[in-house]
Design a protein around this ligand. Structure first.
Ligand code: PLP
Length: 399
């Protein structure tokens, strides 16, 4: 084990179950560890590095901005913050942006906005309906929103005003709705929950229900945004317009930034209602502007769609030799491969050794989320390594 892993055990809060890999360098889809071993990175910094590691457009923007100005307070105007806001508004159905520093924080802001909306437009309604198996972040309010007992159990009492109901089930949302409900908050596709795709009509009916009951529809696009699922935003695939979306992960191309965007009709916040010292910081917004501009100018979402189909095809073909694959699901380059047994953790460590980084999203499923710039050769190689990994595990089991 490397010295860094020993030191981490000694000094770092032991909250993460890490893979025994110390990454020191990245370029495109590849990363290298501290012994210069090369890996294909199909985790992309957790669906963050949509343009690959150290994309020159982003590196250049960071260098230039770092030499010019790194931080001012938000009591002043800055250029990259406004440029990024304009770019996002002009390429989405939303009208206004607020920048935060992470996905959880973006969602917190969206919920504050929804409560303010309820106060102004629905007699103080404050309740937010979210889904079971969702993931919205790790702050107190967001673990209350996140419908997974594992994230909630040790932190009772939870934050009031959230109800977690079955995903992809309009009736469950209807039953949970009352006069105190101001919003429904959902992921367009559940990411951490295992890459769960709703029925094609689900979001249309949720949209209608929200309209009928004067509730905001908030889509948590922290993982699905910026091209990941084959469209610039996930909502585009369901033929609806949300009132609010939240972004983070892919937004910064590798730097920490989050955002919530709202339609003018939902933008209930006023001066003094919300803020953040680092939110909308010039360095991160300059990097994010470069990342999003490049993504839009180069139709990166089309690459995600085409490569996603290629990768799913390869995986389908692999099922010929791997009968223990039970399902392959996903959109764009957010894909899960489910197995008939709980082999995901072992498969991930076997693939580490073979030089492929993966995420065990469920005990029986791995998640593939490579950079959207991934090449065919890299996908060919990754699927070869997955097949080899599964066969290695099966062979051990037979001994
Ligand atoms: C990762 C994620 C979050 C949390 O983002 P952080 O930056 O880790 O706070 C929220 N929602 C979704 C859908 C996510 O995938």
């Amino acid at each position: 084990m490397s010295i860094w892993q020993d030191l981490e055990k000694k000094y770092y809060m032991q909250v993460v179950r890490r893979q025994p890999v110390t990454i020191v360098k990245g370029l495109g889809t590849k990363v290298w560890d501290d012994e210069n071993k090369e890996y294909l990175d199909f985790t992309s910094g957790w669906a963050v590095n949509n343009l690959g590691h150290c994309h020159p457009a982003i590196v250049e923007a960071i260098k230039n901005q770092a030499e010019t100005l790194m931080q001012t307070s938000n009591q002043f105007f800055t250029v990259p913050q406004v440029q990024l806001a304009q770019l996002l508004v002009e390429n989405s159905c939303l009208d206004r942006v607020f920048f935060a520093n992470s996905g959880a924080e973006a969602n917190e802001g969206a919920v504050k906005l929804a409560r303010k909306y309820g106060k102004l437009n629905k007699n103080g309604a404050y309740g937010v309906i979210t889904a079971l198996n969702s993931f919205h972040g790790r702050t107190m309010a967001m673990i209350s929103a996140t419908g997974q007992p594992h994230y909630q159990a040790n932190w009772q009492p939870l934050y009031e005003g959230f109800s977690n109901v079955e995903y992809n089930n309009l009736d469950a949302i209807k039953q949970a709705t009352n006069e105190n409900t101001c919003a429904v908050m959902l992921e367009p596709i559940q990411g951490e929950g295992g890459v769960n795709i709703p029925d094609p009509s689900f979001f249309k009916s949720v949209r209608q229900w929200c309209d009928d009951n004067n509730m905001l529809l908030i889509l948590d696009e922290v993982q699905t945004g910026i091209g990941r699922t084959g469209t610039l935003f996930g909502y585009e695939q369901f033929g609806i317009e949300p009132d609010v979306i939240t972004l983070a992960k892919g937004l910064g191309g590798g730097v920490p930034i989050g955002a919530f965007l709202a339609k003018e009709s939902a933008a209930a916040l006023e001066p003094g209602d919300h803020g953040s010292t680092f939110g909308g910081n010039v360095l991160t917004t300059a990097a994010a502007y470069a990342a999003v501009k490049y993504a839009i100018d180069n139709n990166i979402e089309k690459d995600a769609k085409v490569s996603g189909e290629y990768l799913k095809d390869l995986l389908e073909k692999a099922t010929d030799s791997l009968p223990n694959i039970s399902e392959i699901r996903g959109r764009g380059l957010l894909i899960a491969v489910e197995f008939t047994e709980d082999i995901a953790p072992e498969l991930v460590s076997t693939c580490n050794e073979l030089g492929l980084l993966l995420n065990p999203v469920r005990p029986n499923a791995i998640r593939l989320m490579p950079p959207l710039t991934v090449s065919k050769e890299e996908m060919d190689k990754a699927v070869e390594l997955i097949v080899e990994g599964v066969k290695t595990i099966l062979a051990k089991g037979k001994k």
